[in-house]
Design a protein around this ligand. Structure first.
Ligand code: G3P
Ligand code: MG
Length: 256
């Protein structure tokens, strides 16, 4: 169902949770996304210094938490002592950086999850790396059929498919790594199942390439109704938004 071309609209994906209204990548943002009708939440994964997959976007803690410096320099226990809400609004003071496990425990049976592995967490370590850890958690929580992995780092894409050929993985298209190559070719090369792309890169040539190769595609990050409407007309599989309620409302109008 995740990949079926949906003539009734598209899959509503809450980017870092409902991050227009809640501090991004926190349980508040993920629960808020579910309440606002999102069908999938997107989150970013990094590793703590003691090797635990945690949910945070930037390599550095500044900006979206009370910490300083590289997240990968802190143990889970140290990260849990940080505040991840007050930067957004004082009312959210006291909330913490979640582990991937905490988010999966909430999402299991409730909402699908797009797990984006950040390059900083990806190594050539082979077994025991971030891919294996995340995959194990996904299996433990029975989320195998409700998850979409993705990464800008194509080592992670290949590694995940080698570990479990059945797990859905999207290649994150980006110009610097992809050069002039079309998404269809890259998806085949890395044995990916889908392609995630910025709306800025989703031009006619790439759209045709994705459609003619039958590749599901998810477009990020779109908070403007006109842009949402055009993507619905283009038949995209899903849209990442910080405002899932707005996308739901646009889809309702578009279907009429
Ligand atoms: O996965 C889509 C989108 O989240 C990729 O960009 O920087 O928001 O993680 P970024
Ligand atoms: Mg992301």
């Amino acid at each position: 169902a995740l990949y079926k071309h949906n003539e009734d609209g598209c899959i509503v994906i809450a980017h870092r949770g409902a991050s227009a209204y809640y501090p991004e990548n926190t349980m508040a943002a993920f629960k808020g996304a579910e309440e606002l009708g999102a069908e999938m939440i997107e989150l970013d994964v990094l590793l703590s210094s003691d090797g635990v997959p945690v949910v945070f976007h930037d390599a550095k803690l500044e900006g979206h938490s009370s910490g300083k410096g590289l997240l990968s320099g802190y143990t889970l226990r140290q990260l849990k002592a940080l505040d991840a809400g007050a930067w957004f609004d004082k009312g959210f003071k006291g909330i913490h950086i979640p582990t991937l496990e905490e988010v999966l425990a909430f999402a299991a049976g409730t909402i699908a999850v797009n797990i984006e592995l950040k390059t900083e967490a990806v190594t050539d370590r082979g077994s025991g790396g971030v891919e294996e850890k995340c995959l194990r958690l996904v299996e433990e929580y029975g989320m195998d059929r409700h998850v979409l992995f993705s990464s800008f780092d194509y080592r992670a894409v290949s590694h995940l498919k080698a570990l479990d050929p059945a797990v859905p993985v999207a290649l994150l298209y980006n110009r610097s790594a992809s050069g002039k190559r079309l998404p269809g070719e890259l998806v085949k090369q890395y044995k990916a199942d889908a392609c995630n792309m910025s709306y800025r890169q989703f031009n006619t040539k790439r759209r045709r390439d994705l459609n003619s190769n039958g590749i599901p595609h998810f477009i990020y990050t779109v908070d403007h109704p006109n842009r949402m409407w055009k993507l619905l007309d283009a038949g995209v599989t899903g849209i990442f938004t910080n405002k899932p309620d707005l996308l739901k409302a646009v889809i309702d109008q578009w279907r009429k």
